[in-house]
Design a protein around this ligand. Structure first.
Ligand code: 7RM
Length: 651
């Protein structure tokens, strides 16, 4: 038996069982799915694959597991775009809305399943006409416009793996990904709308293409109508190509293990990893989790995932999961504060959104802005709320539950990664008694355990999160680098997938994610997670957001430095800093009391909204900043450096 290796102090004892009303209408309201899966997890996944996915040819082997290489549903053939589109249209649901799309300037498009099938088929033929064949990689660099899911599905239709590069990434980032994937075609746009300005994507795309040799054609979608550089012969307008394209394109029959897409994860320093996802297992996992975690009732729900499609959350929970399940979704192109800070709530009200899936960073921003914005709209149709991307602090969870969900909607905190392809640890909203800040339990079919330094299972307390068996949506490798795949995920603990996250198990067996293990601090020999100190800070009613790092300290090894953003109109002061230090001491213990508190209006975040503690540590230790290219807003760091120099230190 292992021993706790990350100490866990934060206690949260509020619990939220599902209401009787919710349970009555829920797809699952007891432990039947969990039980079934525990009795025979391979059989369970085979059942889900046959129930949720339409196969051209049934599979004959459920799983071949040659650690760390998995093959799921061998012998089966299918097409992902057929599953997302044709089968719904064939079943008479062609008029059902697939996407309510809303552009930032206020323009809208309503796209039915029949519309989407038509556009995807035509674009699939366009890709073919540009020489794209089964197996060729296609790079996609688009804003959040309908052409983005269209391009992905068109690739899936003809069996060309896509590599979507988030539109906020630089030319350099795009170039590296095109080179690594040896992409043949690039799909981009003249630009996209963000905070009222046109982001010039085509200019970055052209810059990226200098120094690449594999791209034969660039397809350009008109969105902002700005003038763009255009290379005759290579570049083609989307609308012109589509005008002449045939609307009939039979879906390619793909093997279950054919590559569906690559998605690059940017590590902090090393070369980005091309995470490989294949066809049958991935679609099964995305559809299963989307249906049960959000309790999807496709005929009545209006589902909205606020992520960008350029992240894995958008791939699995804006495109593949919802479309496979025949859901009606909302897609919004732009920024949540344009034209006003109530934009999201205006959209939720307008379309009658019932399920909302967003990130803690967004929730903490809404907390900072104040409750008047959600209060000015009717959000009474909401019935399930989701969170993903980072640990959600209990106070942010309760705020979300109260001010967005009207104290009525279960909040599902969903833990997963680009590498896992879909949700792994999460409540089922009709089953699980929730604890704010806990992702609760592994989903049916998923094996997850917390282990100590030596890889021994820990029953209670903090350690390293590992996955104990293969799952259908798992990454099949890192593109072009099987050694790195083994090394990164399967070598630290024998026979286990190492997620890189700290996690604690409480007395009731609930999982509490503690952040990336690189973020664990060592204070006088205590291994304390940054997440717990942050949650203690956010627990104070004046605090909207906090980021904590351990900086070198002569006496204690590391000292806790806290960067704190206050809510709405609250003013920073030395007294407030002192009061916060005491609050943390009371909540988790004296050694958790930050040595220094630095008040700041903003925190440095990656473009997907995760706090970059590495940079804050550099600032705290007075180092030159390393690579800041993945930062969403580089100016934030300069501001923080200035504040850090002004803040008094306490002992
Ligand atoms: C979906 C996504 C993965 C990393 C992961 C964690 C963190 C994500 C949660 C979470 C605590 C959660 N993919 N993470 N979800 N931590 N609770 N519910 O975010 O590849 O971009 O990031 O994100 O550290 O390892 S990702």
């Amino acid at each position: 038996m292992g021993e706790a290796t990350i100490e866990a102090y934060y206690l949260e004892d509020r619990t939220f069982p599902p209401s009787d009303e919710f349970r009555r209408n829920a797809l699952v309201s007891d432990d039947a799915l969990h039980k079934e899966a525990e009795a025979d997890w391979e059989g369970f996944w085979a059942g889900q694959a046959r129930e949720l996915v339409t196969w051209f040819k049934d599979f004959d082997t459920v799983l071949e597991w040659d650690l760390p290489f998995a093959k799921w549903f061998i012998g089966g053939t299918l097409n992902v775009s057929y599953n997302c589109l044709d089968r719904h249209v064939e079943a008479g649901r062609g008029d059902k809305v697939a996407y309510h799309w809303e552009g930032e300037p206020g323009d809208t498009r309503t796209i039915t399943y029949a519309d989407l099938l038509d556009e995807v088929s035509r674009f699939a033929n366009v890709l073919k006409s540009l020489g794209v064949q089964k197996g060729d990689r296609v790079a996609i660099y688009l804003p959040m416009i309908p052409e983005l899911p269209v391009a992905m599905l068109a690739c899936a239709r003809i069996g060309a793996p896509h590599s979507v590069v988030f539109g906020g990434f630089s030319a350099d980032a795009l170039r590296g990904r095109i080179i690594d994937a040896e992409a043949k075609v690039l799909i981009t746009a003249d630009g996209g709308w963000r905070r009222g300005s046109a982001v010039p994507l085509k200019v970055s795309a052209d810059e990226a293409l200098e120094g690449t040799s594999t791209i034969e054609h660039v397809v350009v979608v008109r969105r902002t109508e700005e003038d763009v550089p255009f290379t005759e012969g290579r570049d083609r307008w989307y609308d012109e190509l589509m005008r002449d394209a045939d609307g009939d394109c039979p879906p390619e029959h793909m093997d279950a293990e054919d590559l569906l897409y690559l998605l690059y994860t940017s590590g902090t320093t090393a070369k980005p990893k091309g995470i490989m996802h294949t066809t049958g297992g991935y679609l099964t996992h995305a559809a299963f989790t989307h249906k049960y975690v959000f309790d999807l009732h496709p005929d009545t729900d209006v589902y909205w995932c606020g992520a960008d499609i350029g992240w894995v959350t958008g791939h699995s929970y804006i495109v593949y999961g919802p479309l496979a399940n025949g859901a009606t979704s909302v897609i919004y192109e732009g920024s949540p504060d344009t034209p006003g800070k109530d934009r999201l709530w205006a959209i939720a009200e307008k379309y009658g959104v019932t399920i909302l899936y967003t990130a803690p960073t967004a929730i903490r921003t809404f907390m900072k802005w104040g409750t008047e914005f959600p209060e000015s709209h009717d959000l009474s149709k909401l019935r399930v709320l989701g969170s993903v991307g980072e640990p959600i602090n209990p106070e942010a969870w309760v705020w979300y539950w109260q001010h967005i969900g009207g104290a009525r909607c279960p909040v599902v905190d969903t833990w997963w990664q680009t590498e896992t392809g879909g949700i792994m640890i999460s409540p089922l909203p009709g089953v699980t008694t929730l604890k704010p800040g806990s992702a609760t339990f592994p989903l049916p079919g998923i094996g997850a355990e917390v282990v100590d330094e030596q890889g021994n299972k820990i029953e209670r307390g903090g350690g390293y999160l590992t996955l104990t068996r293969p799952w259908p949506g798992m990454l099949r490798g890192i593109y072009g680098d099987p050694e790195r795949y083994k090394q990164t995920y399967w070598s630290r603990f024998e026979g286990r997938y190492f997620a890189g996250d700290g996690c604690k198990i409480d007395d009731d067996g609930y999982f509490w994610l503690l952040g990336r293990i690189d973020d664990v601090m060592n204070i006088s020999g205590h291994r304390v997670s940054t997440t717990e100190v942050e949650s203690a800070l956010v627990d104070d009613q004046n605090v909207a957001e906090a980021a904590v790092v351990g900086a070198k300290d002569e006496t204690t090894g590391q000292a806790i430095i806290a960067y704190v953003t206050l809510r709405g109109s609250v003013e920073p002061s030395d007294d407030r800093g002192e009061q916060l230090r005491e609050h943390v001491a009371k909540k988790i213990g004296k050694f958790g009391r930050p040595k220094t508190i630095i008040f700041t209006d903003d925190l440095p975040k990656t473009r997907s909204g995760k706090i970059m503690r590495r940079l804050l540590k550099d600032v705290a230790e007075g180092r030159d900043l390393g690579d800041t290219t993945t930062l969403a807003d580089p100016a934030v760091v300069d501001e923080i450096k200035k504040r850090a120099q002004q803040s008094p230190q306490e002992d």
